[in-house]
Structures are given as structure tokens and as C-alpha cells.
Design a protein around this ligand. Structure first.
Ligand code: CO8
Length: 258
């Protein structure tokens, strides 16, 4: 056992940066690592001073998947009762914007973790894939659904059936990735995007994230209802009054989060 934290957490003003930190096993997502990640995410989710969260990986991987060694001998009942997979839903439930800065392999659960984020930035060296089929299983943390929404059914189907990975450039060309950056500027680009979001009204950020998420997870009718509810709700906020007043007075807004 070593004493290195499984997740390295640093705060830079309104941005929290979480680094998955098991580089010797390509940041394989052990239950303990996922628990630590969830602990940090939920802590920052209720911390008003944090406006955006960046997730990245130490070493040459973002995350090469769930820890195969931790589940190799598991029974279905153990997988169910341990909550090993079910706990991942808490990552997708985070309300603050999350940016994945994918620095290398994002495979299996690693690709699923990136897809639970709201924006995916990739290093030129990143690779994406759902290779579970190679080890006799299938994705279990949203891969079949989110990859299909991102890439379309045919590209997603080829990836999950063959286990093939795609490069950052291919992922970007097909809409899985927002943009590709040189490895040395990846984190700075993530910081830049996070700072831009951090300057907005946190209420509007939270509600627009919820509305866009609804588009990906429910029907258009339900999504439109959430969008409209959140749109009306923001007219109850001081930030809406301030934002519109600032525009009219030709000055920068001063958002309070109320
Ligand atoms: N789990 C455990 N250990 C891993 C994993 C992993 N997913 N990936 C890599 N490692 C370990 C290797 O065993 C190796 O350890 P050691 O040095 O002790 O042998 C070390 O990391 C370095 O890996 P390699 O020597 O294999 O490095 P290469 O550069 O040769 O290969 C690859 C890199 C191609 C990424 C290769 O490591 C690989 O194929 N990894 C497995 C990828 C994979 O199959 N991922 C899917 C896992 S299943 C999954 O994610 C299901 C998710 C379900 C929901 C979540 C449930 C919890």
C-alpha cells in the first residue's frame, strides 16, 4: 500500500481540479478511487465558492476503466449489493459543471466517466473506447447509452462490438469531444473554459446544465418542460435582474448567485 491520495484535489479560485491518481495502473477506477472522487465532487457541489470542476488523470491515462482486478471474481450479487456500479449515478447527479480533461486512455469506465462530464477536452494523445467486450462483459456505467447519443448508433455499435478505440481526433470529428489540444496546453484550456463558466450566474449555470442534461436523457417533450420551468424560475433571481440591467447600462454584470 502507498500513501498517495487516490484523487488529488486542488482549488484555484472558483475552480476545483481533481486528478485521478493511480498512474501505475493507468488510473483504474477501483471502488475506493470512485468513492474518493464522489466524496470530492459532492463536497464541491455544495461549496458556493466552487463554480466549475475539472477532472483529469495523472500519468499517461485519464482512466483505463473500472479496476478489472477488483471485479474479476465478483458474483452478480456482490456487484449488486456492493453498489460498485450503482454509486456511479452520484457522479452523473453532480449539479456543478464538470469538464473532463482527457489526457490519455479513456476506456470502459474511464470513457463513461468522461461522458458524465459536461464538456470533454482531449489531449492529442487521448484514446476513447468501450473495450469491455474484450473481457467478456459490456459497459455498465452508461456507455451503451451515452456513447450512442454522442456518436450515433452505428459508430457506437462498432466500438462496443469490436472493442476498438478511437483517437482524440476521431472522437472530436464525431462529436464525442469538444476539442483536441496539445498535451501541454490541455489543462490550461480546461482552466480557461472553467473560468469563463465561473464568471456566469451560478443559478443560470445550474439550471441550464439541468435542462441540457434532460435533452440527453429524456424525451424532447419532457426536456422542453424542464427548460421552460428553469427559464421562468430565473426571472425570480437577482442575477437575472443584474444581468439584464448590466447589459442595458453597458457594464459587466456582478452576479451574486441569488
Ligand atoms: N484494471 C486494472 N488494472 C489495469 C487496468 C484496468 N482497467 N488497465 C490497466 N491496468 C494495469 C495493468 O494491469 C498494468 O498493471 P501491471 O503493471 O501490474 O501489470 C498497468 O495498468 C499498465 O497497463 P499495461 O501494461 O496493460 O499498459 P499498456 O500500455 O500495455 O496497455 C491498455 C494499455 C491498452 C489501456 C491496457 O492496459 C488495457 O487494455 N487495459 C484494460 C482496458 C479495459 O479493458 N478497460 C475496461 C475495463 S471494464 C470496465 O471499465 C467496465 C465498467 C463498468 C462500470 C463500472 C463498474 C465499477
Amino acid at each position: 500500500m502507498n500513501d498517495e491520495p487516490l484523487v488529488i484535489s486542488s482549488v484555484e479560485g472558483p475552480i476545483a481540479i481533481l486528478t485521478l491518481n493511480r498512474p501505475q495502473v493507468l488510473n483504474a477506477l477501483s471502488p475506493a478511487l470512485i468513492d474518493d472522487l464522489i466524496r470530492h465532487l459532492e463536497m464541491y457541489d455544495v461549496d458556493d465558492s466552487i463554480r466549475a470542476i475539472i477532472i483529469t488523470g495523472a500519468g499517461r491515462a485519464f482512466a483505463a476503466g473500472a479496476d478489472i482486478k477488483a471485479m474479476a471474481n465478483a458474483t452478480p450479487i456482490e456487484m449488486l449489493t456492493s453498489g460498485m456500479i450503482a454509486r456511479w449515478a452520484r457522479i452523473a447527479a453532480i449539479r456543478k459543471p464538470m469538464i473532463a480533461a482527457v489526457n490519455g486512455y479513456a476506456l470502459g469506465g474511464g470513457c463513461e466517466l468522461a461522458m458524465m462530464c459536461d464538456i470533454i477536452l482531449a489531449s492529442e494523445t487521448a484514446q476513447f473506447g468501450q473495450p469491455e467486450i474484450n473481457i467478456g462483459i459490456i459497459p455498465g456505467a452508461g456507455g451503451t447509452q451515452r456513447l450512442t447519443r454522442a456518436l450515433g448508433p452505428y459508430r457506437a455499435m462498432e466500438m462496443v462490438l469490436t472493442g476498438a478505440t478511437i483517437s482524440a481526433q476521431e472522437a472530436s470529428a464525431h462529436g464525442l469531444v469538444n476539442r483536441v489540444c496539445p498535451p501541454e496546453t490541455l489543462l490550461d484550456e480546461a482552466r480557461r473554459v472553467a473560468q469563463t463558466i465561473a464568471a456566469k450566474s451560478p443559478l443560470a449555470v445550474q439550471l441550464v446544465k439541468e435542462a441540457v442534461r434532460t435533452a440527453a436523457e429524456t424525451t424532447v417533450r419532457e426536456g422542453l418542460a424542464i427548460e421552460l420551468r428553469n427559464f421562468y424560475l430565473l426571472f425570480a433571481s437577482e442575477d437575472q435582474k443584474e444581468g439584464m440591467r448590466a447589459f442595458i447600462e453597458k457594464r459587466a454584470p456582478n452576479f451574486s448567485g441569488r
